[in-house]
Design a protein around this ligand. Structure first.
Ligand code: MN
Ligand code: MN
Length: 329
């Protein structure tokens, strides 16, 4: 990957000509869209569509992730354009906008809520845009994959304290501990091109861990990260997903609750924000087709820091997606 051309040199002229840019007015002013980008509800002509999914009907314990998109939008006004490590300017590489939230009308019916999420992301997919999502609890990732991976199963880099491959809970198949089991069953996720990183914490049933292992996913428990180091895990992630289409899902509870207390099912012994940044930056070069940051729960986020961390992780993923768009040309 050392001799690839600089991303800026391979950007088609039309993208530069039509690029969307964040507002230049003071960052504390105006309507809070993601990263202060324009609001474009129809997503026509976009390369990357940032969207919110204000839904937490899948939680098994503490609620509140339905408020995640609004608070991440608010905190994302702290984000600036140009990355300090490699000077990536995502807005110079891709046309990016905030397309709003999934419009729910049947939020008390999990199966119908899932269908409404899928319908919304089918529209994004049909417009040729890559989605970058702020959740919502983790149940939202299955209906997203159902929309954008309908043509073929995709690979997955999944950063989380939990494998989210359990089965029904309290009678619902669409709880936030089950999205990746549902995705394998639906044929939209290739378990042999899936890596789950940061897994930890006691469980009442081991069958989620077992399902991941038995279906062929690579499960990296936190102890293995500690033993081998983030760099080795990055290399393994790249090997597992290869160069095929890959989705990136970041559960904020992968971080230690010291850094991200505002979440539904916190687990101590997690990633520091520095380790998470190193992990994400190491994933540059993958063929990413979308990403999300889920499980930010503002009611449990006493200082607002969890939403700031979520917005910053979202910016890091935005840079990865923009570079993937530029390589695609
Ligand atoms: Mn999760
Ligand atoms: Mn989790």
């Amino acid at each position: 990957m050392t001799d690839k051309p600089s991303p800026k040199k391979i950007v088609p002229e039309k993208i530069v000509a039509e690029k969307t840019v964040p507002e230049k007015s003071p960052r504390y002013s105006g309507l809070p869209t993601f990263m202060r980008t324009p609001f474009r509800p129809d997503c026509a002509g976009l390369d990357i569509a940032m969207a919110g999914v204000p839904y937490d009907g899948g939680v098994t314990n503490r609620p509140g992730a339905r408020h995640g998109p609004r608070e991440i939008r608010n905190q994302s006004s702290m984000m600036r354009s140009i990355h300090h490590v490699d000077r990536t300017d995502p807005y110079a590489l891709a046309r990016i906008a905030d397309i709003g939230d999934v419009p729910f009308s049947e939020v008390y019916f999990p199966d119908r809520a899932m269908d409404q999420i899928t319908d919304f992301y089918r529209t994004i997919h049909a417009a040729g845009a890559i989605p970058l999502t702020a959740g919502g609890d983790h149940s939202i990732t299955f209906p997203i994959l159902r929309a954008i991976a309908a043509e073929r199963p995709v690979g997955l880099v999944h950063i989380d304290a939990h494998t989210d491959t359990w089965d029904s809970f309290q009678g619902s198949k669409f709880n936030h501990g089950a999205p990746f089991r549902r995705a394998v069953e639906a044929g939209v996720l290739d378990p042999t091109r899936t890596i789950q990183i940061g897994i930890r914490g006691a469980q009442n049933w081991p069958d989620g861990w077992d399902y991941s292992r038995d279906s062929g996913m690579r499960v990296v428990f936190m102890e293995e990260v500690e033993e081998r180091g983030v760099g080795a895990i990055v290399e393994e992630a790249k090997r597992v997903v290869g160069d095929g289409p890959t989705y990136l899902s970041f559960d904020i509870d992968s971080l230690d609750p010291v850094y991200a207390p505002g979440t539904g099912t916190p687990e101590i012994g997690g990633f520091s924000t520095r380790e998470a940044l190193r992990l994400l930056r190491g994933l540059d070069g993958l063929t990413l087709i979308g990403g999300d940051v889920v499980e930010v729960s503002p009611p449990f986020d006493q200082t607002g820091n969890t939403a700031l961390v979520g917005a910053t992780i979202m910016y890091e993923i935005l840079c990865l997606l923009a570079k993937a768009v530029a390589r695609r040309g």
